[in-house]
Design a protein around this ligand. Structure first.
Ligand code: ATP
Length: 203
């Protein structure tokens, strides 16, 4: 499988954010998107996820067969917001996402164990600490299968042990032919190519 971004450009609120961004990421590979604040890292992830239109260029997914008809369909997107309801329990939030995303993979309890949150599934999401909230959001990656993980600052709020745990989960995804694209200011602890944003910024 190969995820290709071909000559992408994007606008927000009518303003150009980036142009002429191209990349190819193969199964088993990670691409880390770096660049200064405002250079368009999050915007690029949202274009790849199909949440924003590309003004020019196109996304393609090659070799995915019929399972994943579009690049967006093949993606898990974990933005810098956690996308979990504060009043619902962690279990209820993850159940919602598993139902919404389909392609069930790990059970809720198993996924929470993987991020060492097995003891808080019954708590309202809003009760969790900042790092626990991030780990619970990342557990969504494990409850439904998607070959492509799009991660926006995935380590924000994580302590060292949790960063190491996430690196192990990402490595496992890559070792099972997954693809990861991550916007980050920090090293993620996995082998990755780098796409540096900012040089083609027109703003
Ligand atoms: N809805 C919007 N309308 C107009 N401009 C927007 C909108 N959302 C984002 N922007 C602008 O788009 C630019 C790129 O933002 P983006 O969040 O993609 O950058 P980033 O590289 O991820 O930054 P950071 O490192 O701070 O997370 C910024 O200048 C931002 O102000």
């Amino acid at each position: 499988m190969r995820l290709i971004g071909d000559n992408l450009s994007a606008e927000r609120g009518g303003d150009p954010i980036f142009a002429q961004i191209s990349f190819t990421v193969e199964s088993g590979q990670a691409l880390v998107i770096t660049g200064p604040n405002g250079s368009g890292k999050s915007t690029l992830l949202r274009v790849i996820a199909g949440l924003l239109p590309a003004m020019e260029g196109q996304m393609r997914l090659e070799g995915a067969g019929d399972n994943w008809p579009t690049p967006a369909a093949a993606c898990h997107y974990v933005g810098h917001l956690n996308a979990m309801k504060t009043a619902l329990s962690v279990n209820e939030n993850l159940q919602f996402w598993q139902h919404f995303m389909g392609e069930p993979a790990l059970g809720i309890a198993e996924a929470l164990d993987e991020v060492e949150l097995g003891h808080v599934g019954h708590l309202p999401f809003g009760y969790l600490s900042t790092g626990q909230k991030r780990r619970a959001a990342l557990a969504r990656l494990l409850t439904s299968h998607r070959p492509v993980w799009l991660l926006d600052e995935p380590t924000a709020g994580l302590d060292k042990a949790s960063e190491t745990r996430l690196a192990a989960l990402m490595k496992r995804h890559l070792d099972t032919s997954g693809i990861i694209l991550a916007a980050t200011h920090l090293p993620l602890g996995i082998k990755a190519e780098e796409l540096r944003m900012g040089d083609t910024w027109r703003g």
